[in-house]
Design a protein around this ligand. Structure first.
Ligand SMILES: [Zn+2]
Ligand SMILES: [Zn+2]
Length: 141
């Protein structure tokens, strides 16, 4: 398997994110060391899930203070080449000089063809970015 190209995803997201803000990134990695995931997102709710292709562990990313009642309606991420195995990077912009995350972005690189796309972004995370990224390091359920 080829090495993940997280740097390329960072660079792509940097071009998509609102200009003029500090940015932070977190690379998705499974506890089994897998780096390829199936991904689903709901931009309305501001939530994403990804599933390790090696061991099927599930990882969630959503605003720590988000309303749990919102109806989650997932959309599967599929590359233009019809493959759906991705390396995943979450990025945020920060408010001013704070550690508070402003807008979240989910960048995915197709491991079949190398195409990178931002599959979701949502505003007003309004939580410290370390806590936001912490969530994606632990399998859910
Ligand atoms: Zn895994
Ligand atoms: Zn592709």
């Amino acid at each position: 398997m080829s090495e993940p190209n997280f740097a390329a995803i960072h660079a792509f997201l940097a071009g998509v994110m609102d200009a003029g803000y500090a940015t932070r990134f977190a690379d998705a990695a499974c506890e089994c060391e897998g780096r390829v995931f199936s991904v689903e997102v709901d931009e309305e709710v501001g939530e994403a899930w990804w599933f390790c292709r090696a061991c099927n562990a599930a990882y969630q990313l959503r605003d720590p203070g988000a309303d749990g009642d919102a109806e989650y309606a997932a959309v599967d991420c599929v590359c233009t080449c019809d493959e759906a195995g991705f390396e995943v990077v979450a990025g945020v912009t920060l408010y001013g000089r704070s550690e508070t995350a402003r807008t979240a972005y989910l960048g995915c690189r197709c491991v079949a063809c190398g195409r990178i796309e931002c599959y979701a972004s949502w505003p007003r995370v309004d939580a410290p970015y370390p806590a936001f990224f912490d969530m994606m390091r632990r399998p859910q359920g």
